[in-house]
Design a protein around this ligand. Structure first.
Ligand code: FAD
Length: 434
């Protein structure tokens, strides 16, 4: 696997030394084993809760040792180790639509964020530029750097915030409500830039997703639905943490929404998914879709690879550990399924060499929505093209059906949910939960 370069933010963080509080012992949590088998087992175990029980109980953050009121499926769904379609099919096989509607809507929120950003890639480019500017500032602004490090390390003195910061660092997972409170406190109580918070989440969350994460931070800040922000309130935290935390009098509960100079760009449809033209192809796997058994390929697969050097973040973090395991699991499964050898080339040169060695003129891969992987695929596509090999980015029918409705607010896509679910039946394939 290729060596990863430390990011500038990580370098600054490692040079900033504070006394860390000694943790009170390891946190216990859901078993995030990065295999499809474990993801399907988690789905099966959660199914009885996915109906009215989820609608009633999902907002309570019971703490890391009890995640029974939410699915905790996000690490698998994020990488499509378990797909949205099979999750929705399984839920509908266990519950009537009315009972499971809330859970179904939450799954579709992910689709919404992905589709929305596909229509406005410049919002992500601006986030990256803003982050680069802030990273420069961290190098020269000692006050900002100290406040940022304290927040990241969970040493602000705000008990709830510090507990979530530790949970994030150790486990890579936070309950949805805790993510909202954390982001809101980061922005409105600690007065830290939202883009640094989004970056901190992105580097630590085990389900880190460019669209869901960046746009959720913007939503909390009041930049997604302009002027409508999310303010964490002490009473709400006390109620929904079952009294574990009570930050009364400590939060900024009257702050105004953030503003930014740029208007939101008008939506512009993403380019269409691409199609294979050859009968003999190779497959390239990456973290946007690790279920190649669900791609409709009408071709002979002669080789499979997954570039190991593409995994983000230090190897000992929960997110990188999950990514590495999930890639290895997908390679093993698909190598056995297609009956071909699996490789893990280090870098783009090695991928080009691998494709040429197999003698293919097309390499199929999953569509990568806006984010670092899309940029990597763009660069690799150009390298392969120089050697006469076409990189074909395949998009799932589910995304093609949903994304055109993710151009404005969530409600527009929500109205389309019955149609999306009806189409799942047309796509066939019942899920096997064994
Ligand atoms: C500031 C902030 C940052 C976030 N960053 C991410 C991220 O990087 N990656 C990520 O997958 N989710 C992100 N979320 C959304 C949400 O918090 C997580 O998806 C959810 O908490 C995962 O836990 P779960 O699997 O138990 O969810 P459940 O409640 O069991 O939901 C089932 C599935 O639906 C999807 N989902 C649920 N809620 C949302 C939501 N609000 N937005 C998008 N998808 C949703 C997830 O795939 C989830 O696994 C973020 C939310 C906030 C407020």
């Amino acid at each position: 696997m290729g060596r990863r370069r430390e990011t500038r933010v990580e370098r600054i963080m490692s040079q900033t030394l504070f006394d860390l509080p000694s943790p009170t012992g390891p946190l216990t949590h859901v078993d995030f084993t990065p295999t499809r088998k474990a993801g399907l087992a988690r789905l099966e175990a959660f199914l009885p809760q996915a109906g009215y029980a989820y609608a009633r109980n999902r907002n309570t953050d019971r703490g890391p040792s009890d995640r029974s009121n939410v699915s905790a499926l996000s690490p698998w769904i994020r990488r499509r180790v378990v797909t949205e379609e099979e999750t929705l099919r399984a839920v509908l096989a266990s519950h009537r639509f009315a009972a499971a509607e809330k859970f179904i809507q939450e799954v579709v929120w992910r689709t919404y964020w992905k589709g929305w950003l596909e229509h406005r890639p410049s919002v992500y480019a601006r986030y990256e530029a803003e982050l680069a500017g802030l990273t420069d500032r961290l190098g020269i602004d000692a006050d900002l750097r100290e406040r940022w490090v304290r927040a990241c390390e969970g040493r602000t003195g705000l008990e709830c915030f510090d507990a979530w910061a530790r949970e994030l660092q150790e486990l890579g997972y936070l309950h949805n409500h805790a993510r909202m409170w954390f982001a809101s406190i980061w922005i409105f109580t600690l007065n830290l830039p939202w883009a640094l918070g989004a970056d901190h989440f992105h580097r630590h969350l085990i389900d880190a997703d460019p669209a869901s994460n960046t746009l959720s931070w913007r939503w909390v800040a009041g930049l997604h639905t302009r002027g409508k922000h999310y303010l964490a309130r002490a009473a709400n935290i006390k109620e929904h943490t079952l009294g574990r935390f009570d930050p009364r009098g400590l939060l900024e509960e009257g702050a105004e929404a953030l503003t930014e100079a740029y208007p939101l760009p008008a939506p512009s449809p993403p380019p269409p998914g691409e199609r294979l033209s050859q009968r003999r192809i190779a497959l390239l796997l990456h973290e946007e879709d690790l279920s190649p058994e669900g791609w409709s390929l009408q071709a002979d697969v002669v080789g499979i690879c997954a570039p190991g050097g593409w995994i983000e973040g230090p190897a000992d973090r929960p997110a990188a550990r999950f990514s590495r395991g999930a890639l290895e699991d997908a390679l093993t499964r698909s190598s056995a399924g297609f009956g071909v050898a699996a490789e893990a080339p280090d870098d783009d040169d090695a991928v080009v060499g691998w494709a040429l060695g197999l003698g293919v003129s097309e390499v199929a891969t999953a569509w990568a929505p806006v984010g670092p992987l899309a940029s990597r695929l763009g660069a690799l596509s150009a390298r392969l093209a120089e050697r006469g090999v076409r990189l074909v980015r395949l998009r799932r029918a589910f995304d093609d059906r949903a994304w055109p409705h993710a151009t404005a607010g969530f409600f527009r896509l929500r109205e389309r949910i019955p149609g999306l679910l009806a189409a799942l039946g047309e796509d066939g394939a019942q899920i096997d939960l064994k």
